[in-house]
Design a protein around this ligand. Structure first.
Ligand code: NAP
Length: 258
């Protein structure tokens, strides 16, 4: 059997039944890793895990978990550790948007977005780091966004994504001594259900919206989930062992204020 980049590594990816999370789980599996697909819906998580296991001939498990619920997160990480034999990699990817201008934004819109992105990343990290600290090895990647730099109509999301940057830097300082790397990726526009929903909400056809957005991207196209998955895989590889506490933008161009 050939040894690949993630042979023997066990990766947990939240919100991985579709989009960037699914592409990331598949990327780890392609390079020999075992993966846990965590998502709200058990059937969707299991279906994604089965497709990955069948395609890449690796171990993949689907686990239902709402990342905002401590009891569910603790149980999910323990289930994954038991089924995969441990946890080496955590990707805090689960995310939602509840966009609105400040005067129309409800408390629920604010709390839900903070809950999934910030509380979710905190709870998953708390549970997973125990395994990583004990074995003195781990990789954590958090999903930030170019929206962290400010985006009209995304006060809650932008604040949460900026929060994840501070979370990443502080965690890197705390966990570095245990040989755990913590970094964040900050994607620009990636074609997923999330951005397609945004297009529909703004009254655009998703394809028309993609073309419109691509015009403002230096590289001349919008991103696809695998663009982000490739970067996450690099940050979780041992080649990136000296990269710690960094926020890497993946947006087809340098970040400027929009
Ligand atoms: P997506 O297609 O909407 O997928 C997000 C996944 O997260 C869904 O499967 C969703 O499950 C799951 N999820 C939501 N709330 C959850 C919870 N409480 N517990 C567990 N899972 C939950 O989104 P995406 O575009 O792939 O985005 C992935 C990450 O990248 C997010 O953090 C997003 O903010 C970030 N990001 C995306 C873009 C972009 O342009 N797409 C850009 C920058 C950053 P359900 O389907 O059941 O709700």
């Amino acid at each position: 059997m050939t040894t690949k980049r993630f042979t023997g590594r066990r990766a947990v990816i939240t919100g991985a039944a579709r989009g960037i999370g699914l592409a990331t789980a598949a990327r780890f599996a392609e390079d020999g890793g075992s993966v846990a697909v965590i998502d709200l819906d058990l059937a969707a998580a299991q279906e994604a895990a089965k497709a990955i296991a069948d395609e890449f001939k690796t171990v993949a498990v689907g686990v239902a978990c709402d990342v905002t619920r401590k009891d569910q997160v603790e149980a999910a990480i323990e289930e994954v550790a038991a089924k995969l034999g441990g946890v080496d990699i955590l990707v805090n990817n689960a995310g939602i948007t509840r966009d609105n201008l400040v005067h129309k934004m409800s408390e629920d819109d604010w709390d839900m977005v903070m809950g999934v992105h910030l509380r979710g990343a905190f709870l998953c990290t708390s549970a997973a780091q125990r395994h990583m600290v004990a074995q003195k090895y781990g990789k954590i990647v958090n999903l930030s966004s170019t929206s962290a730099l400010g985006n009209r109509g995304q006060l809650n999301y932008s604040t949460a994504k900026a929060g994840l940057q501070g979370f990443t830097r502080s965690l890197a300082l705390e966990l570095g001594r245990f040989n755990i790397n913590v970094n964040a990726v900050a994607p620009g526009f990636i074609d997923t259900e999330m951005t397609q929903q945004t297009a529909r909400r703004l009254g655009h056809d998703p394809e028309e919206y993609r073309q419109m957005r691509a015009k403002n991207i230096a590289i001349g196209r919008v991103g696809v989930p695998r663009d982000v998955a490739n970067l996450i895989a690099f940050l979780c590889s041992d080649e990136a062992g000296f990269v710690n506490g960094q926020i890497i933008y993946a947006s087809g161009g340098p970040e400027t204020r929009r």
